[in-house]
Design a protein around this ligand. Sequence first.
Ligand SMILES: [Zn+2]
Length: 388
Amino acid sequence: MPLDDVTAWVDSVWREAMRPPPLLTVSEWADRYRRLSTKAAAEPGHWRTDRTPYLRGIMDALSPHMAWERVVFVKGAQLGGTEAGNNFIAYLMHWSPGPIMAVQPTVEAAKRWSRQRLDDLVETPPLSGLVRAPRSRDSGNTTLLKEFPGGVLVVTGGNSAVGLRSMPVRYLFLDEVDAYPVDADGEGDPIDLAMQRTSTFGHRKKVFLCSTPTIQGHSRIERAFLESNQQRFWVPCPHCGAYQVLTWDNMRWTEGQPETAHMVCPVNGCILENTDKARMLPLGEWRADPAAEGDGKTAGFHISSLYSPVGWLTWADLASDHEKAKASPARMQVFVNTKLGETWRDQGEAPAWEPLFDRKGGYFVGEVPEGVTVLDGRRRRPARPHRG
Ligand SMILES: [Zn+2]
């Protein structure tokens, strides 16, 4: 080979080796690299975003090159939502390394998550080999800490101020935030403590908040969602093509016969069957609420179990759940929170309106009484028992 050719060849190899990795979004990365193990997944093998099309927009907002600093995901059960978090963590470790913190409601829950979810993730390609085996001495691999080339993942609980203060992080995964304690070890709000860890990374940080909601007015995920652009997943009616959000109000079935469950298209009254979701979900799109002001930095996504893919949770299952829950407010709360992904309005905690009304005095709305110089509109967080 003439010298010029050799030089050209070396040059091309060099250029190839030095080329930065392509900008893959989290969903593109997952479709290319993610494997679901037989141990942890109901449908093992290659990850396919097409199976849960609504996760695409959420995962792509989590991609480091997207401008969103916070991504908020309010979800029902049986949507594969947990995998959005797993794909986010796996993407970062493999494709865009940096310091990461994953927070579960408690340290105990964090250990459980690490053993049941994370270990499986790091033992499956393409992550296998990135984190050293836990038995080797000084391996940088413990239940609550995983070192990998270019970064480290720290796992902790919302009840541990020490854990939440551990190190500066660029990526923060706050999982099941509505189950966090009000206060971490007397040092304040666990989300605030964790968020402070990201301050050194400015606009380059990425925070993922994820949860099933709880009580209206007390729900952290609701509060974060209200600060976002409040997107919901719109899908086309298979008959008239009208785009709509699937809501519980449009659900119909004959009492005692949940197997008759179907939906009524709110635009033209068409009948939608559970299996129609196979055609509707791939054509779905996230649309922001035009009335939502948002803070410009937070992408918010809300989705209920009505969207669970065909073959998972059915509308008949949900109708049946609803019938069983009807008699008990406690069970109905679980249904509303975990299936509809909505907050529960707790009647018991709200004071009766009459005594309050009687105390209002003779003021008009918007009128500031004489002698008042400062109006304090801050909300005080009511005490709530620790959970988890
Ligand atoms: Zn229709």
